[in-house]
Write a protein that binds this ligand. Structure first.
Ligand SMILES: [Fe+2]
Length: 220
């Protein structure tokens, strides 16, 4: 089951009040990218693609948390709401290599739950679509895969497992492009221009700073 588009947008708004940050605009762009790509593939449902894209990171509603926590919380929240198709995407979107990402036995309880889920999951079109769109959507728009990979690596450092996922992302891209009959970038508005931008990394105080600047602007 899925929420409606209106419900999904409303959930994002509520979540932004709980935990403001660039992840909200990123989520909106993942949704738009997924919808635009799905529109070019007749067997896919663009509205479903949009909704699962909008809510893939909804676990971030609980605060600034690590990858397993946002996945676990997103899954739990969507299941509570009865949105099992979104819950599934919350689980799969960060694990491009799926079972190969879990060669270790996690100590953390949340990671144990995630591993148990992933080990029995075969990706479908929507899992792969959101894994791909997560890698081309940023808060300020759409970027080429290479750009996003460098940005993430600059932010978190070199993680060998993450780099192994790059090849999977390119494979998914090529598979979708074959079906679309064009580049995925043809479906992403302004990707060429946005890929050339390098905004300063966001920090948690940015929203407050922005609010204060707006107040000062109005006072003038
Ligand atoms: Fe994401």
């Amino acid at each position: 089951m899925l929420p409606t588009v209106e419900q999904a947008l409303c959930e994002l708004k509520l979540a932004e009040e709980l935990n403001p940050g660039p992840w909200v605009q990123h989520s909106i762009h993942v949704g738009i990218a997924a919808r635009n790509i799905a529109k070019k593939i007749p067997r896919m449902n663009p509205e479903k693609a949009y909704i699962v894209g909008l809510l893939h990171d909804i676990g971030r509603r609980v605060g600034i948390v690590d990858i397993p926590t946002h996945i676990y919380e997103g899954y739990r929240y969507c299941m509570e709401k009865g949105w099992d198709e979104c819950a599934r995407i919350c689980m799969t979107h960060s694990y491009l290599r799926m079972q190969d990402e879990f060669t270790h036995e996690p100590e953390d309880e949340k990671e144990k739950v995630i591993k148990a889920y992933i080990m029995h999951c075969q990706t479908d079109d929507y899992d792969r679509l959101i894994q791909l769109c997560d890698s081309v959507a940023v808060d300020y728009g759409f970027v080429i895969l290479e750009k996003r990979f460098v940005d993430v690596t600059r932010r978190y450092g070199i993680m060998e497992d993450y780099i192994k996922g790059w090849d999977v992302a390119f494979e998914i891209k090529e598979a979708f492009e074959k079906e679309m009959g064009c580049s995925i970038y043809d479906a992403l508005p302004d990707v060429g221009r946005t890929s050339l931008l390098t905004p300063k990394p966001w920090t948690p105080g940015d929203k407050e700073k922005r609010k204060n600047t707006e107040k000062e602007d109005h006072a003038q």
